[in-house]
Unconditional design. Structure first.
Length: 53
């Protein structure tokens, strides 16, 4: 969301570096009015899927 809002990837990384998830959740809510707990599970905690051929 930081990158989508106009921050560069490096700048977004610096903002989040060394922070706890509590801070990230608060940042997400304050800046983007998004509650992490209300997001679909597929967007939480780095879900990864693959297709086997």
């Amino acid at each position: 969301m930081l990158v989508k809002s106009g921050k560069g990837e490096g700048e977004a990384h610096e903002i989040l570096k060394g922070t706890l998830s509590k801070y990230k959740n608060e940042l997400l809510f304050q800046r983007f009015q998004m509650n992490y707990n209300n997001e679909p599970k597929m967007f939480q905690k780095g879900l990864c899927t693959y297709q086997q051929k």
